[in-house]
Design a protein around this ligand. Structure first.
Ligand code: ADP
Length: 307
């Protein structure tokens, strides 16, 4: 056993008389060694965090000893990446299907218009359609940014910007979604003229993601509060909702890609929004955070350097 294998299997692997088949039960030892190579895929270790995906290749030494060399590759990360990719494809397709069927229904009703729609019904249908288009746009922007941020080549170009330019643009981007669910963004009393160092386009995306989440994970008719405060040379922007909240044990991975606090929940989503929030804010030398209580609501915030 080389050192890498020893550290992988641990000391007990050296116990006298143990065979590879005992260490890795899925590896079947042929009765008589053939000249061909064999390959297996399986798991090693127990417990959720300790279980590793491995690939085992057996190559006969080809000499009179009749022995074989087993090379073991730890492919856990690789497996996780392909799993994430599949999951992403599935979630995107799921989102697209949901949005398309809303569009289909709305257009169908507007087209037939029988019995004739009242002004309110008409307005409601238009809000639904625009809200759905907003969701699709967010999804597309998040997918584009995710690749960018992940590549390690992600760069921002922060400039002194007055905060209202960002908050107004983000609110404009999501207002149709809020209207469609009769929700409101409360931003009264904001310190309107704070200058921050921001790459406007990206910080608008950060705030729009947080607002869209606040809408999505809150009931119809709910209020979402936008706050701004200064902390020395930083400005903190807060999005607070009175929605479903997040269980405390699910908070720690929240800003990771593909992480969803309630995977079984009904809300569509791909688990990219908060990872992008973190990636963009970090690139601005800011920090992100969340406080939440189930049934009470959530409070997401990020900081930016004062301009
Ligand atoms: P998505 O919403 O597409 O799943 P995000 O990265 O934006 O992905 O969010 C990750 C997870 O965090 C969500 O699946 C949800 O469980 C939780 N979450 C985010 N924002 C909120 C919120 N305002 N209230 C409750 N849960 C939230």
């Amino acid at each position: 056993m080389n050192l890498a294998a020893l550290s992988f299997f641990g000391q007990e692997a050296l116990a006298d008389g143990r065979t590879i088949g005992e260490l890795l039960p899925f590896v079947t030892i042929p009765g008589k060694t053939t000249n061909g190579s064999s390959r297996w895929a399986g798991k090693f270790g127990t417990g959720v965090d300790q279980e590793r995906d491995i690939d085992v290749v057996r190559t006969p030494t080809g000499d009179e000893s009749g022995g074989s060399v087993y090379s073991i590759h730890d492919v856990t990360e690789h497996t996780q990446i392909s799993h994430n990719r599949e999951q992403l494809l599935y979630s995107v397709a799921h989102e697209l299907r949901g949005s398309l069927s809303v569009m289909d229904n709305v257009l169908g009703m507007l087209f037939i218009d029988y019995p004739p729609l009242s002004k309110e019904e008409h307005l409601h249908l238009m809000q639904l359609a625009i809200g759905t288009a907003t969701r699709l746009r967010r999804l597309m922007e998040n997918l584009l940014s995710a690749g960018n941020i992940q590549s390690g080549r992600f760069q921002v170009d922060p400039k002194v910007t007055l905060l209202p330019r960002i908050t107004d643009e983000a609110i404009d981007a999501v207002v149709a979604t809020f209207d469609a669910r009769n929700q409101h963004i409360l931003s009264d009393g904001l310190d309107r003229e704070v200058p921050v160092m921001a790459d406007r386009r990206y910080i608008v995306q950060v705030l729009a993601n947080l607002l869209m989440n606040a809408s999505k994970y809150s009931p119809e008719g709910a209020d979402v509060r936008l706050g701004v405060d200064r902390l020395n040379d930083q400005v903190r922007v807060t999005v607070e909702d009175a929605g479903q909240g997040i269980p405390v044990e699910r908070l720690s991975g929240l800003f990771e890609r593909f992480y969803r606090a309630r995977p079984e929940g009904e809300e569509p989503g791909v688990g990219l929004g908060l990872a992008i929030v973190k990636g963009i804010v970090r690139a601005h030398n800011g920090t992100v955070g969340v406080e939440s209580e189930v049934g009470v609501g959530s409070r997401f915030w990020f900081t930016l350097p004062l301009g």
